[in-house]
Design a protein around this ligand. Structure first.
Ligand code: HPA
Length: 285
């Protein structure tokens, strides 16, 4: 596909189409039905969209310019619904760089969300666990990230901590949701790789020496785009497997999916606990 219009204009056109689909629900762009919060549902958390009430589904292929996931049978949908009184937009089905998309295309959903009025973004993902003292199935609040793609050159990547990429306010809400929900959470730095192959044990040792606790193939391009758009971001990993070299057996995508299935209920409770603290205040728009 050749896109001849700028990405911002494409996102604007996509936003107009989404608004038109949801029109009767969503009379004015600044009204109470405008979603202020969006969630990207990573592997294993897709079912979270089913917990939203009054939901409306829009397949990605019915939204102009929206990139299509390359994996057959995983068409992907935007889901608009409510968590309590809070209008939420969820992206079920993610676009990855390793599927052949550009980084600009991977970030398209974020630019769309921003044009729909979203101010807060929650990103979820499945990731490999680099810390051998932690357990598979643990949830990790991402407090920082490092770009292990080497797209920018051969030097060791710097760790990016805190604002504006990682909202301290949202991290505090997540800590509180975890505490009040009795959900144990870890905190650490996420290392981003391009994929699609898993890492080597030597790469994992190197990432660990740089301070990373988790590794995955998504999220950082989305965090960057969200920061550029002025959105407040919270990112959470489900540690679905030990990273390469920690255990004496090969990694498997099946393990990633199985762990995701096992902890999806807890993951959903944590996300819901954050959303519950973002509920609209009475009498405010
Ligand atoms: N490495 C990279 N990406 C991943 C992993 C991993 O071990 N697990 C889930 N996504």
């Amino acid at each position: 596909m050749t896109t001849v219009i700028p990405a911002t204009q494409a996102a604007q056109e996509a936003a107009a189409a989404v608004r038109a689909r949801l029109g009767p629900l969503w009379a004015s762009p600044s009204g109470p039905d405008t979603p202020r919060v969006a969630i990207i549902l990573g592997s294993g958390l897709g079912d979270f969209a089913d917990t939203l009430s009054d939901s409306r589904l829009i397949p990605y292929d019915e939204i102009p310019h929206y990139p299509q996931p390359a994996v057959p049978g995983h068409a992907g949908q935007l889901v608009y619904g409510r968590a309590g009184d809070l209008p939420v937009m969820a992206a079920r089905g993610r676009i990855h760089y390793y599927e052949g998309h550009s980084l600009e295309t991977v970030a398209f959903p974020i630019h769309l969300f921003a044009r729909l009025g979203v101010q807060t973004l929650i990103i979820t993902n499945a990731a490999g666990c680099i810390n051998a003292d932690w357990n598979v199935g643990d949830l990790m609040l991402i407090t920082g990230h490092l770009d292990y793609t080497f797209l920018g050159g051969p030097d060791d990547p710097a760790t990016v901590l805190g604002e504006p990429h990682h909202s301290q306010r949202l991290l505090d809400l997540a800590r509180r949701a975890a505490r009040e929900g009795g959900i144990p959470v870890r905190e650490g730095v996420y290392a981003w790789t391009l994929g699609p192959s898993y890492e080597t044990p030597a790469e994992i040792r190197h990432m660990r020496s740089l301070g990373a606790a988790a590794v995955g193939m998504s999220t950082v391009p989305e965090i960057r785009a969200a920061t550029d758009e002025g959105l407040e971001v919270l990112a959470i990993s489900c540690l679905t497997n030990y990273a390469a070299g920690i255990q004496d057996r090969p990694l498997s995508h099946d393990e990633v999916l199985e762990t995701g299935q096992r902890v999806k209920g807890t993951f959903a409770r944590l996300v819901r606990g954050v959303l519950d603290q973002l509920q609209p205040k009475e009498n405010t728009v």
